[in-house]
Design a protein around this ligand. Structure first.
Ligand code: SAH
Length: 277
């Protein structure tokens, strides 16, 4: 451990919980299965716990790190490696298009700060045509919500909007004792694999988002009630949807059916409604 490394104190505002359990770190890297030719990116490498094992197999690694005090530690450990690049930047604002292309898609990895995980994942999904897959350590509850299917308790907007774009796999759980400092919550590793084409394509992504947001604004009510500003019970029935069901009972494909029906009814008025928010 270098002088720098010992003296770096974990910062709350950067969501720093450093992994120290070697068994967990190697389990993560084995699940990623990096290969020598991959185009890898690690977000928030910290002091390099995961970084080091990835570099053992895959030399092409870009890291994006916000805490400038960690940069010298990373440089000292890995700076001599020719294909290792440090991007000192905020991953939420970083343009990932500069690192990958459809021909050289990115494999993204990160033990992410939990406070930014959801916006960061949606930022990354906007590059999904350049992303092969993503492995993240997240708060377990978020992974459970992402992976939930209809009729399950945690099924909601996050499940639908993530599963619309990617295959979601909850790989394994990680307890607080594996980190320093220890987080207050359980964590889990998730694999997100963006679809080349979504299995249930929506004609308009914004309309799908509007329908899902409206439906889940009151998740205990029936669809007849939650969706009444968008369409009537008769229209739901005409789409073979039972209006007495609740938002959590509808599969992603049914939300797409509703969104496509609405968009094809009146594309302009819906778009206008969305802008007025
Ligand atoms: N991967 C390391 C560190 C995890 S802690 C490990 O597993 O031990 C989270 C890391 O994300 C820290 O290094 C923190 O500085 C970094 N980070 C926090 N916010 C960030 C942001 N917006 N962009 C890039 N990195 C960020």
């Amino acid at each position: 451990m270098s002088y720098n490394e010992k003296n770096h104190r974990a910062r709350k505002r950067f969501g720093q919980n450093f992994l120290h359990d070697q068994r967990v770190i190697s389990h993560i890297v084995r699940s990623i299965r990096p290969s020598a030719t991959d185009n890898m990116v690690e977000i928030g490498p910290g002091k390099g716990a995961i970084t080091s094992l990835i570099l053992d197999v895959c030399p092409n690694l870009n890291v994006v790190e916000l805490d400038r005090d960690l940069i010298p530690i990373l440089r000292e450990k890995f700076g001599h490696l020719e294909h290792f690049h440090i991007n000192e930047a905020d991953a939420l604002k970083f343009d990932f298009a500069q690192l990958g292309s459809a021909e050289r898609p990115l494999r993204i990895v990160g033990n992410l700060p939990y406070n930014i995980s959801t916006p960061l994942i949606f930022h990354l999904l906007s590059y999904s045509d350049r992303v092969q897959d993503m492995h993240f350590m997240l708060q377990k509850e978020v992974v459970v919500r992402m992976a939930a299917k209809e009729n399950e308790n945690n099924y909601g907007r996050l499940s639908i909007m993530t599963q619309y774009l990617c295959e979601v796999e909850h790989l394994f759980d990680v307890g607080p004792e594996c980190f320093d400092p220890q987080p207050k919550v359980d964590s889990a590793i998730v694999r997100l694999t963006p679809y080349k084409t979504p299995p249930h394509p929506a004609d308009d992504h914004k309309t799908l988002d509007l329908v899902v947001r409206t439906a889940f604004s009151q998740r205990r009510k029936t669809l007849r009630n939650t969706l009444k500003t968008l369409l009537s019970s008769e229209e739901l029935e005409a789409l073979s949807i039972d209006p007495s069901k609740r938002p959590e009972n509808l599969a992603l494909s049914t939300y797409v059916t509703i969104a496509n029906y609405l968009f094809n009814q009146s594309p302009q008025s819906l778009a206008a409604g969305d802008n007025n928010e």
